[in-house]
Write a protein that binds this ligand. Structure first.
Ligand code: RBF
Length: 159
């Protein structure tokens, strides 16, 4: 898993994203990482045909707030799907396990409760270097992967 770079995806296998509306919620904690993930997501959505005016980016203080933040953007923008972006880093976070589990559970629950997919683009790493590797570094960009995943999930619902 550590050496897999899923950002090198086959573009021909991604459905068209023209006409979809996407909300992105970004945690401000570890913003050097989360802003790079956000850029990867936005760039990828645009590349696949999403209109700039149909991408709504909102910010929340930390990864734990991604849960409520996702609910808020769902109600505010009625998007076809949501990407939740965060970075929880073990070395700097005594609360690592609690925050990681809380966010994972909360986003999973939203996927059941809301009628649109909420993509989990939250890095949970041992240190900052591992996070940078996955935010545009040598292991790709998890924001890019989140955008592709969202496009595929929205297409699944529309089939
Ligand atoms: N939020 C993150 O997104 N990433 C972190 O690494 C992170 N570390 C935290 C460490 C501690 C000790 C605390 C109290 C909070 C941390 N948060 C982190 C913020 C958390 O997601 C949330 O914003 C706050 O707990 C307020 O609900």
């Amino acid at each position: 898993m550590a050496t897999k770079n899923l950002s090198d995806y086959d573009i021909s296998k991604v459905p068209s994203a023209t006409g979809i509306k996407v909300a992105i919620v970004v945690a401000e904690w570890n913003f050097d990482i989360t802003s790079a993930l956000r850029d990867g997501a936005v760039e990828t959505l645009l590349k696949h045909g999403v209109n700039e005016k149909d991408i709504f980016v909102e910010y929340v203080p930390g990864s734990f707030e991604l849960i409520h933040g996702s609910k808020v953007v769902y109600e505010k923008y009625s998007p076809d799907g949501i990407i939740a972006i965060g970075a929880v880093i073990r070395g700097e976070t005594p609360h690592f396990d609690f925050i990681s589990q809380g966010v994972t559970y909360g986003i999973a629950r939203l996927n059941v409760e809301l009628d649109v997919p909420v993509i989990f683009s939250v890095l949970t790493t041992n240190n900052k270097e591992q996070a940078f590797d996955r935010a545009g570094g040598r292991l790709g960009n998890k924001g890019t992967e989140g955008a592709i995943t969202l496009i595929k999930m929205i297409s699944l619902a529309k089939k």
